[in-house]
Design a protein around this ligand. Sequence first.
Ligand SMILES: [Zn+2]
Length: 411
Amino acid sequence: MSNLRVDGARLWSTLMETAAFGRTAKGGLCRLALSPEDAAVRRWFVEACEAIGCAVTIDQLGNIFARRTGSDPDLPPIAIGSHLDTQPTGGRFDGILGVLAGLEVLRTLEDADVVTRHPLEVVNWTNEEGARFAPAMLCAGVFAGAFDLDYALSREDRNGVSFAAALAESGFDGTAPVGGRPLAAHFELHIEQGPVLEAEGLEIGVVSGVQGIRWFDVEIAGLACHAGTMPMKLRRDALQAAARLAVAIDEIGRSDPDTSLSTIGIFEAYPGSRNTVPETIRMSVDLRHPRAEGLDRLEAAFHAAAEEIAAALSVTIEIKPVWSSPPVVFHPEVVGAIDAATAQLGYSRRSIVSGAGHDSVYISRVAPTGMIFVPCEDGISHNETENIMPIEAERGANVLLQAVLQFDSAA
Ligand SMILES: [Zn+2]
């Protein structure tokens, strides 16, 4: 079985064939969750799975599970999951590669007449992107108990259409309960969506986990006064404090460039008049690190810098936490199976932390989980030009196949 390989040409042709559902003029995809385009690719996926004898189950959030029977009926399934929905100007591979590579794994096993011990389930998780219904990773989140079913069903898109209404319209309003059943493991193949693997000339990323994120709103309060009459030494200029804080936050991120990231995405000055010293600055801060203690260290440095600057420039700096997503460490057995499979296949690899969220973030709360990354061109994703080479898709799917087989025989 260690000699078994996927059919790379077949995998590529399914990627190209399904890219017709929601294709944009620039060659990308617009396949918002539960849109007619999403419903079309879902019907294609169900048909393809049924054609190789899978039993397809759809739960109350439209998550699709295509199950191939194993030899031991007492074992829970090994899941291979990702998402078929996209950003409004999305690419052809983000999420889609993981689902269609799962299908390719099942097709390969079917062709070779291999029966695994565990049942295998290829999963399409609904609304991973969060582009139509916020938040992202919504339905994997409900499966894992992070959100309630009713919370998901009541989400509304920009036009006031509820998730429940869109789901019914799509025809994928299934009846199976969401979650509440064991998975032996969850494997997800995904494009890296960043530049690291390509820059290092590596073929596979063995994902060790997903970095944690903390968001803050910052308000700096000084005093508005006349730009022509108030001496510099008497000013309480909120913008000058914000400028120093911006530099400090950048330095905090650069203090450990392999792991730490710090970003100010929003920066607004009031009252916004040419001859008035700014009184108020509102800015956002985004801190990321793969470990909780690392996030604590970044946050402590951020607070210390704010205090020092506030005292030096006679302003007040208020820091309000608005969101926190804890770091995820993937399961050693699943990560180990992926690493061993990659080594056995002879692909170059490195351990890598995911910078983006994925369905696997939530599923890791209820099942041993791991992810495989393949490089994408220039690290570009969430973009219509998102691109990978056929050989990269094939390598990722081979790792997926062999890792699942290793886990199946070892677990
Ligand atoms: Zn994705």
